[in-house]
Ligand binder design. Structure first.
Ligand code: SAM
Length: 139
């Protein structure tokens, strides 16, 4: 839920303040749900399936990508449903929020983003900041 979601520009519908995370798994028994890690990310309380995360970002976190997710949201998904060392594919990288969550939480990642400028302007700087190492432009 985004209590501070932006207004609906068309003024012909509600301002959207909810987004859904859909969780699929191939096996009926083998899904990953890291209960304890999620609890830690939720201040020691069991993680609920309703996340109330304000859209407001810190200056440090903010990019000009129009649909940038909050870091907390990406981190819950990455940490909750993968193991350290797993390879996570991020098909629509945008500003790189999920990539940052992977780097900070010991997951490998593979990402695609069709807008070259997003890679240059948002993703690469975030990777650099997260890794604190020089990355090449060979993306
Ligand atoms: C909703 S945004 C992702 C935002 C991301 N979660 C974040 O926090 O920044 C979707 C991104 O997917 C990219 N995109 C859309 N279609 C794509 C495609 N076919 N291949 C690669 N990237 C694509 C768009 O350019 C956009 O940046």
């Amino acid at each position: 839920m985004k209590r501070d979601s932006p207004p609906n520009a068309t003024r012909r519908s509600y301002a959207l303040s909810a987004e859904y995370a859909v969780w699929y798994c191939k096996s009926k028994t083998g899904w990953i749900f890291n209960h304890d890690d999620l609890k830690r990310l939720n201040g020691g309380k069991q993680m609920r399936d309703f996340w109330d995360i304000p859209k407001t970002m810190t200056k440090q976190e903010y990019t000009k990508h129009r649909t940038q997710k909050k870091y907390e949201t990406a981190e819950r998904l990455v940490v909750g449903h993968s193991r350290k060392g797993d390879l996570i594919y991020i098909p629509f990288a945008g500003s790189g929020t999920e990539i940052e969550a992977c780097i900070r939480n010991g997951r490998s990642w593979l990402a695609t983003e069709m807008e070259e400028s997003y890679i240059e302007d948002f993703i690469v700087p975030r990777i650099k900041a997260a890794m604190k190492v020089q990355v090449t432009k060979n993306h």
